[in-house]
Design a protein around this ligand. Structure first.
Ligand code: BES
Ligand code: MN
Ligand code: ZN
Length: 487
């Protein structure tokens, strides 16, 4: 999708020459200053009972009198919040995306001027999402939508904000698209090796330092926990490290760590068969940090970022790790593996120890970690944990600004009680209760050297059912969070 900003006064929308003019109407009254011809058509449609200024309403008028664009799309948001505007824009684009229009222009009417930057960002995101279609392993997928050019109509006073927002939105959209594509590809395509190649490719195209470690190098580092998960699979593991350097070497980096289980069968603690295919999405954390790396590298902020992905399959086999096995993590702590399906924390703990070498300003890990988090928060908010209140506030703010929200969960020491083991320093599972929290408590043991945040994205990284597919979350949250560290 090609994006551009075009200055236009809201009173002169009728003159805009594109294939489709999309007007997002905020609030329950037609805003003052709205183009009189557009307002006349909206009023007429309301009078006919074909349209209302309510969330979810969208209507296309063809060759509307006095409107230069052959299609006038009216989309109502109801509320004048950013989220409502985004939803209305998506509905508006939904009216035209798979039809004849190649170019479209979007205008937001009735929204606070303070939202201009965020509205521009969301325009890029909604435009990209409207035309994304998975096709890598589906040659019969329909041809890409014709819609290819999207202009944002902006009043002169809001031009600067809109430009900044659009640039950020384009970068985040590219990151989300990469994350979705990686996660949507099946596990026999999106292998650990493939993820390594994707990051190598980003390194080349964006001038990043990339290291892809194989089993031998991981053995040398003493990552006994990560290795124990990988040992059941014939698919070789990868430990991927990439560095974006936008500030002086002395500036402590933000470190993002992603869970890259390219397929999670559960291992010897085998999962039930129903919906097991969805465990190809168990590298959603990895996909999101890779996508964030791309977004950040495109925006070139003045900060340093390190991305770490631990990638392998979790498979049962004659060589697979068994319940009761004790392994030694890179930190030196021994772990009793009581359930081989609690494998995410086993690969992350070694990645979190590895992160120490960067003397990070902050480390945030991202993982499709627990079914319990899906039960707790569903698919709306990611579970968020933070070692201090300021970090929690900053992750919350990033999620809100990006419309990619999270919700803070507790880390009371009492939750760690169930992780005690008679045979190792720690067990990899506690009881069923509070499963997302006990997983976080396990990880916390490996993060004593830095400020630490953890996102459990088991509910938000992908959708099941008819719309099965990766969401690309939380690339938006993470990109906003990383950018908040720019000098
Ligand atoms: N990848 C899963 C978590 C998951 C399950 C995400 C379902 C989304 C949907 C993770 O590796 C896992 O299997 N966790 C176990 C932990 C348990 C054994 C303590 C779980 O949540 O059941
Ligand atoms: Mn598992
Ligand atoms: Zn898993």
């Amino acid at each position: 999708m090609d994006f551009k900003i075009q200055t236009a006064e809201l009173g002169a929308l009728a003159e805009v020459g594109v294939d489709a003019l999309v007007v997002v109407l905020g609030g329950d009254a037609l805003a003052k200053g709205l183009d009189a011809v557009v307002a006349k058509h909206a009023q007429a449609a309301i009078k006919l009972g074909d349209f209302a200024l309510k969330a979810g309403q969208a209507l296309t008028l063809t060759h509307a009198e006095g409107i230069k664009a052959p299609r006038l799309v009216l989309a109502a948001s109801g509320k004048t919040t950013l989220a409502a505007a985004r939803a209305a824009l998506a509905a508006g684009l939904g009216q035209i995306k798979s039809r004849g229009a190649v170019s479209a222009a979007v205008a937001f009417v009735g929204f606070d001027a303070g939202l201009a930057e965020s509205l521009a960002e969301q325009t890029a995101l909604a435009g990209t999402e409207a035309v994304y279609l998975y096709r890598h392993t589906k040659p019969s997928a329909p041809a890409a939508p014709k819609l290819a050019k999207l202009a944002l109509l902006t009043a002169k006073a809001e031009l600067k904000a809109a430009k900044a927002g659009l640039a950020r939105g384009e970068a985040i959209a590219a990151g989300i698209e990469l994350a979705r594509e990686c996660a949507n590809r099946p596990a026999n395509y999106a292998t650990p090796t493939y993820l390594g190649e994707v990051v190598q490719g980003l390194g080349k195209s964006h001038g990043l330092k990339v290291e892809v470690l194989d089993k031998k190098a991981v053995e040398k580092l003493g990552m006994g926990s990560f290795l124990s998960v990988a040992q059941g699979s014939d698919e070789p593991l990868r430990f991927i490290v990439a560095r974006y350097e936008g500030a002086a070497k002395t500036v402590a980096p933000v470190v993002l760590v992603g869970k890259g289980i390219t397929f999670d069968t559960g291992g010897i603690s085998l999962k039930p068969g129903a919906e097991m295919d969805e465990m190809k999405f168990d590298m959603g954390g990895a996909a999101s940090v890779i996508g964030t790396l791309r977004a950040v590298a495109e925006l070139k902020p003045k900060l340093n970022l390190v991305m770490i992905v631990a990638a392998c399959e979790n498979m049962p086999s004659g060589r697979a790790v068994k319940p009761g096995d004790v392994v030694t993590s890179m930190s030196g702590q021994t772990i009793e593996i009581l359930n081989t399906d609690a494998e995410g924390r086993l690969i992350l703990c070694d990645a979190l120890t590895y992160a120490e070498r960067f003397k990070p300003a902050v480390v945030v890990d991202v993982a499709t970690l627990t079914g319990a988090c899906v039960i707790a928060l569903g698919g709306i908010r990611s579970g968020m944990y933070a070692s201090d209140d300021a970090l929690a506030a900053s992750l919350t703010a990033a999620g809100d600004a990006a419309l990619d929200p999270c919700w803070r969960m507790p880390l009371d020491e009492d939750y760690a009680e169930g992780l005690k083991s008679n045979f190792a320093d720690v067990a990899n599972i506690a009881g069923r209760a509070g499963g997302s929290i006990t997983a976080a408590k396990f990880l916390q043991r490996f993060t004593s050297k830095y400020r630490w945040g953890h996102l459990d994205i088991a509910g938000t990284a992908w959708k099941g059912g008819a719309a099965k597919g990766s969401t690309g979350r939380p690339v938006g949250l993470l990109t906003h969070f990383v950018l908040s560290h720019a000098k």
